[in-house]
Design a protein around this ligand. Structure first.
Ligand code: DGL
Length: 286
């Protein structure tokens, strides 16, 4: 902690990038950060005490994001990546008006990549993201000739968080969710929730081989790299170890994540500040 504070004063490029999700979904974004930006230090927060986010109201999501970003700003992050599509769909624009740091979401970079892959685009997402139409809007704004079908998949996040990745029931559920998209003969499928790439082996088995899978994680990290360059905030020195923080049980998170991280992470229990969201009169804080 003391180290982090010292670093933030003199060399902002050495500060961490804040990454958050409701749970282990954001690890798919973290994986891309390690791959594309190996020098960056990361603060990963998982709001495991309150997952899933995808069946919550816009008001709740905005309040949760507001608490998380207020805390991340206190931790001196130099940028925040919303590794949660639901938060992007329901809160990104408001957060950008409230906090004076770069905040990146998955939906725009993911949509840009998808329209380059195909014309008949399926999006699997949480019920909240699907109902928000955020992907449809973004995709059609970029290419009005694309055709888009979105499916809300309420059972996927609980199944991933319960580590039921190889359960035959998960396979049945996946088939049900993908069926309407297969009937529309999609040529491209977007992971509209960061938990879903963890289900790639199951989804790949069901999808015809010509259907391209788009993982927005890859593209939001490319956008983050560009933004860091532009702002002169890219770190060139060796990174600090990733700090993992959760609102729920640290041991449970550590046990579940080990399969994707390749080692058991040290996880801190974190109490977010009790701040309630109301639009700030001046617009920007932080
Ligand atoms: N992984 C997040 C998303 O991309 C949140 C999923 C959830 O908690 O429902 O939407």
């Amino acid at each position: 902690m003391t180290n982090d504070l010292l670093i933030s004063r003199g060399e902002p490029q050495r500060n961490r990038i804040g990454v958050f999700d409701s749970g282990v979904g954001g690890l798919t974004v973290l994986r891309e950060l390690y791959r594309q930006l190996p020098n960056e230090s990361i603060l990963y927060f998982a709001d495991t005490a309150r997952l899933p986010y995808g069946t919550r109201s816009a008001r709740e999501i905005l309040q949760f994001c507001f608490e998380i970003l207020s805390w991340m700003v206190q931790q001196d992050v130099k940028m925040v990546v919303l590794a949660c599509n639901t938060s992007d769909a329901l809160a990104l624009e408001t957060l950008r008006g409230e906090f004076n740091i770069p905040i990146l979401g998955l939906i725009l970079p993911g949509s840009r990549a998808a329209v380059q892959q195909g014309r008949r685009i399926g999006v699997i997402a949480t019920p909240a993201t699907a109902a928000s139409n955020a992907y449809r809007r973004a995709l059609l704004e970029i290419d009005a000739t694309a055709q888009v079908w979105q499916v809300g998949c309420p059972e996927f996040v609980p199944l991933v968080e319960q580590n039921r990745l190889h359960d035959p029931y998960t396979q049945e559920v996946a088939l049900q969710y993908l069926m309407p998209l297969l009937q529309q003969r999609i040529d491209t499928l977007v992971y509209g929730c960061t938990h879903y790439p963890h289900l790639a082996p199951i989804l790949r088995q069901i999808l015809p081989p010509h259907v391209k899978l788009v993982d927005p994680a890859e593209h939001v990290v490319a956008a983050a790299a560009q933004e860091l360059d532009l702002l002169g905030l890219k770190n060139t020195l060796p990174p600090l170890p990733t700090r993992f923080c959760v609102s729920g049980c640290p041991e449970e998170f550590a046990k579940l994540s080990v399969q994707w991280l390749g080692c058991t992470p040290v996880v801190e229990k974190t109490y977010l500040p009790a701040v309630s969201y109301s639009p700030s009169p001046e617009g920007v804080r932080g």
